[in-house]
Design a protein around this ligand. Structure first.
Ligand SMILES: [Zn+2]
Length: 126
């Protein structure tokens, strides 16, 4: 199985930014950390894992029609892009907007992996 991992945001796009206990977190940094760890974990299961260039923002590449310059998407069984979405104006973290999601492009189809992936994500509780 060949999987492409994409770390969301990056380059000039920090993605969501939060300050928690005085520490500022940038979504772009965290997605790269997760992709690095996920790559190692998947390789332990014998999966061939490629990582989209982490110096790039894949969405910017998509908008500039450069996405396929950096990855041959047809050569992968699955493409997973990591994000940590945040609700706008939820600066105090009131818990009204949280959770996880796993979606696929309208031109694609669900593979059946989406529910198992999201069911294993920690969503926190309060
Ligand atoms: Zn994001």
């Amino acid at each position: 199985m060949n999987i492409l991992l994409i770390a969301g945001h990056g380059a000039q796009d920090s993605g969501a930014v939060a300050k928690i206990d005085g520490v500022q977190y940038r979504e772009a940094d965290l997605t790269r950390e997760v992709v690095s760890n996920l790559k190692k974990a998947l390789e332990n299961y014998g999966v061939n894992v490629s990582v989209y260039p982490t110096s790039h923002d894949a969405y910017t590449d998509y908008k500039n029609n450069k996405l396929t310059s950096f990855a041959n998407f047809k050569s992968y069984n699955y493409v997973l892009e990591i994000h940590f979405n945040a609700g706008g104006s939820d600066l105090r973290g009131d818990g009204k907007i949280k959770g996880d999601e796993c979606f696929w492009p309208s031109r694609g189809a669900a593979t059946g992996l989406e529910t198992p992936i999201t069911s294993r994500l920690f969503t926190g509780s309060s």
